[in-house]
Structure formats: C-alpha cells, structure tokens
Design a protein around this ligand. Structure first.
Ligand code: MSP
Length: 511
C-alpha cells in the first residue's frame, strides 16, 4: 500500500474549553488535509486531546468533578467545535484510550531495555501548570520562566530518559536539514538552545504518591508517566506502531504545532524516535500566537475569544479565512472584531462575493442562465497555480490566499475594462460577450477549487452556482490547473449572496 499523507495537530489539554488559539492550529491542519485530498493523496489527519497530568487532575478537582467525567466532557467540547468549524480530521485520539496506553508502555519497556531510561533522584523546583522541572540556578525568583507562576520545591525518585547522550546527534541533524522546522528562525532557535548548554536528561515519570492521573510505568507500580512523554507518543500510537501497516503512515509528513511547544517537538520527540529506531517526521510547522488587543489571552484577564462567538459574526468560512489571511503563518497575530469584519467585508463580500454575483447575474440575463461554449484562456486567468503551489510547499497559508486574491482582483478588473453590459447592447458583439462570460465563469470555477480547502462551504456553493461539480473534491487539483472544464449548456444557479453585507458588525456583536 502506498504511504498516506500523514499530518498531525498537537493534542489539546482538556483542562478547559477550546479558544481561538486552538482553533487556529486546527484550521491550518484542515486546510493542508483538504489540499492533500484535492491532490488525490490518501490523507491521515490526526488530532485529539491530552488528558493526563497534574494540570488536568487539579482542574477536575477544582470543579469538583470526577476525573473521567471531566475529561470526557471536555474532550467532547473539542470534538464538537471541530465539527462546527468543518474540520475534516481522520482520527481523534485521546491519551486515556487503551490503544494509546499500551503503546506508551511498550515505549517504556523498549527504552528501559536499551538502557535509555534509568532511575534517579530529582531535586528542584517544579511548575505544575507547565508540568516542568526547573533547576534552581535558572529561577532565582522562584517563578516559572514560562508562565511566571510560583514554583514548588520537590525531591523525589524518578525515571529519566537519557537525552543528553543524543545532544550532538540532534544538533548535527538540525544542521544537516535546513527547512526541517518552518519557519527557519524556529529551527535556529532550537539549534542555538542545543549549542548553548548541555542537555539535561528528561524526567519522564511522576511518583504515584504525588500524582495518580497518568499512564502507569509498566515495570514499576509506584510511578506514572510524565504527561509530555506520554502525549508525544500519540503520533505513533494513532498510526498503529508497532503493528504492521504502521509504515503506510510513518514518518508523519507534518507535525503542526504552536511556537510555545517547540522544545518537546524539536528536542524530546526526535530523540525519543531516534532511540526507538524510528524515522523522524518529515517537517514541523510552528505557527505564531494570537493575542487580543496586544495581550495574551487568559481567563484572569477575561479576554479569551470564544471560537463559536467569533465564527457566528460572519460565518465559519469567514472565521477560517480571517485567521489564515490576517498574519503570515509563522508570525503572531492580534485578534480584533474590527479586523475580522474588515476582512469579511472587503475580501469576501466586495472582492470574491461581488465577482461571483456579477458573473452569475450576467450569465442569467444575457445567456439565459447557461454556460456558453468554451473560449480561450484570457490573460487575467493565467499564471497563478504555480505560485499557489509554491506557497503551499512553503506552508505559507497567507501567501496562497494572496495569490488567489490577486486573481480575483484581476477578474473584477477585467469586468470593468471589458464592460460586458456594453457588449450586450450590440448584436455584433454576441460571440465576444459569450466568450468573456465563459472566461469569467471558468476562472471562478478554478478559483473556487483553490479556495475549497480554506472556505469549504462557500467554495462548494460557488462551484454549484457556476454549474460545476460540487459533491466530491478528491483528486481535483488537476481540474484547477486545467482550462476549459466547464461544460457548454451547464445550468447556473443564482442564489442569495454568499457574503451578505447586512450582517453588520454592530448588530451581531454580543454584549
Ligand atoms: N497538550 C500540549 C500539546 C501536546 S502535543 C503532543 C499543549 N496543549 S495546549 O492545549 O496547551 O495547546 C495546543 C495548541 O494550541 C498549541 O499548538 C498551542 O500553540 C496552541 N495555542 C494555544 N494558545 C494559543 C494562542 N493564543 N494562539 C495560537 N495558538 C495557541 O500544548
């Protein structure tokens, strides 16, 4: 069997409900999964939830909810949001599932047998929310360098994963594989980190006396697995390791992560894979963070943006479009209701919506609502699929959309310049008019296919309206590159505008 195109998102912590930051990772992944399907690849798009660890146990206790009921309810919130946002994942893995637990235990056994896991003592400071140990020398103020919360002193017996012995191997790997982490600045950041200090061995267990909510260490009933060590393994457990068939998925083509979780993915995980004798993922994309009015989103600040609310403003497609268009994929972004509305009105309603509406109305009015005979490809419809492809290869979602929008603008400009309404008044220009409207409809068809991964519902509606197939999308990338696919006589449908202007900012704004 040929290899699947395998892409992953991080597993989201179930200590709280999802917010726009989580949905951002998920939407990028969904776009890439849909692009894969358009290209005829067999796509395995994995997402899920990270359910063990002290942070989750504490959150359940605070809410006085039994832990299993707590994680079940919160995992369901992620699943429902993904279905609301039209996320087309292939599998949803929860770290509390037996299929995952047994793989984590197998990893323990193999690494222990190889001598890569050993028992030792840990003494130092610990950040519970981040599940991270900090050497006292690095934290003179006793505050966590990542989240700035207070640290606890702990001394305990634990198991360690011997990462230090792989430090120079990993550094050489990073140096030999530029472009492995996208953007390159993130790869450099990790390489400098490795160059700058000796790598500590990773503490991969927690004593049961302190934490019971974890996957038991298979050969020591007194310990459970450290949550990061458990969670990273999902990428191979969901792919079926170590059973046959795993090689149809692994190595993953892309791990999609936020910039905050680079270290586990670019340092711990590659070393774990190498120690297990497995290949490394082909690429890792680290996206930036969303802030709100320049501030980090947090419950205490009360500025957390709810994806349901944000997608209710102008629709799910507008929300997906906004997040991917507003900032370059590796950079940070700032959310505001005004920016969301501006994108909706300018790009979706004025540029795309108008183009489609004008074309449909003219075909209705001048050609009786049927697609005319094919006409040659005009200048305004040339030379863009290569640029879109290049941007996709670079994992630059915003650039793909810019390329498409440039063509939408050119098509709108062609309408202004060619003035089909003037052609319609002159019987001698009948063929010219039909040719131009064919060109317009055919280019709209191609653009809608390119837009399908980003705004799937609107793109399918556009395809249906211009008389193209809108029921299946597998293997249709070629149709996007081709010219002359719309069939003469195909019936168009003039529906209600896809991006109505009257859904105004103010009227939809809650509170
Ligand atoms: N459970 C770990 C990941 C384990 S992967 C084996 C985790 N979970 S998380 O829920 O905290 O974050 C999941 C993803 O959401 C990360 O990629 C993170 O970058 C992303 N985001 C969380 N808040 C975000 C923003 N404010 N903006 C953009 N993305 C953010 O880490």
């Amino acid at each position: 069997m040929s290899k699947e195109f395998y892409l992953t998102t991080p597993l989201y912590y179930v200590n709280d409900k999802p917010h726009i930051g989580h949905s951002y990772t998920e939407i990028i992944a969904d776009v890439l999964a849909r692009v894969g399907r358009l290209k005829g690849e067999r796509v395995f798009f994995l997402t899920g939830t990270d359910e063990y660890g002290q942070k989750i146990a504490q959150a359940a206790a605070e809410q006085k909810t039994e832990i299993h009921a707590f994680v079940d309810a919160n995992a369901e919130r992620f699943k429902s949001l993904w279905s609301h946002l039209n996320i087309s994942f292939s599998d949803f893995i929860r770290t509390t599932e037996p299929r995952h637990q047994k793989v984590v235990q197998e990893v323990w056994r193999r690494l222990h047998e190889r001598g890569d896991i050993y028992k030792g003592h840990y003494e130092g400071l610990y950040c519970t929310p981040c599940e991270t140990f900090w050497p006292a020398a690095q934290v003179p103020d006793r505050l966590c360098p990542d989240c700035r919360r207070g640290l606890e002193s702990v001394r305990e017996e634990n198991y360690f994963f011997a990462m230090s012995k792989y430090q120079s191997w990993l550094l050489e790997y990073l140096d030999a594989h530029p472009g492995w982490v996208v953007p390159a600045s993130r790869q450099n950041e990790m390489a400098s980190f490795l160059r700058g200090q000796p790598l500590n061995d990773l503490c991969v267990s927690r004593p049961k006396s302190r934490l019971t909510w974890g996957i038991p260490v298979p050969f020591d009933a007194e310990h459970v697995t450290y949550v990061w060590f458990d969670a990273l393994i999902n990428y191979i457990s969901a792919a079926g390791w170590p059973a046959p068939g795993f090689e149809c998925r692994w190595p993953a083509d892309l791990h999609l992560i936020g910039k905050d979780i680079l270290r586990p993915h670019v340092i711990y995980w590659p070393i774990m894979l190498y120690a297990l004798g497995l290949q490394l993922p082909r690429r890792i994309l680290a996206h930036g963070w969303w802030t709100v009015a320049g501030d980090k989103m947090s419950k205490s600040k009360g500025n957390v943006i709810d994806p349901y609310e944000a997608s209710a403003r102008h629709g799910v497609d507008a929300y997906r479009y906004f997040l991917l268009r507003e900032v370059p994929t590796g950079s940070d972004g700032d959310f505001s209701w005004e920016a969301l509305s501006t994108r909706y009105h300018k790009d979706l309603a004025d540029d795309l919506g108008n183009l489609v509406l004008r074309a449909l109305h003219m075909i209705q009015r001048y050609l009786g609502g049927r697609i005319p005979a094919a006409a040659p490809q005009p200048a305004f419809a040339r030379d863009w699929t290569g640029a879109a492809q290049k941007a996709l290869d670079d994992l630059d979602m915003r650039r793909v959309l810019e390329v498409i929008w440039e063509k939408i603008r050119l098509a709108n400009q062609a309408v202004e310049e060619n003035k089909p309404w003037a052609m319609a008044k002159d019987p001698a220009r009948k063929k010219e008019l039909a040719d131009f409207l064919y060109q317009l409809a055919e280019q709209i068809r191609r653009l809608a296919l390119a837009l399908w991964p980003f705004i799937p519902v609107s793109a399918a509606a556009i395809l249906q309206q211009v008389g193209a197939r809108a029921d299946a999308f597998e293997n249709r990338w070629v149709e996007m590159e081709k010219w002359g696919v719309l069939q003469e006589g195909a019936v168009i449908t003039v529906g209600a505008p896809l991006f109505p202007k009257d859904k105004s900012v103010e009227s939809a704004r809650p509170g």
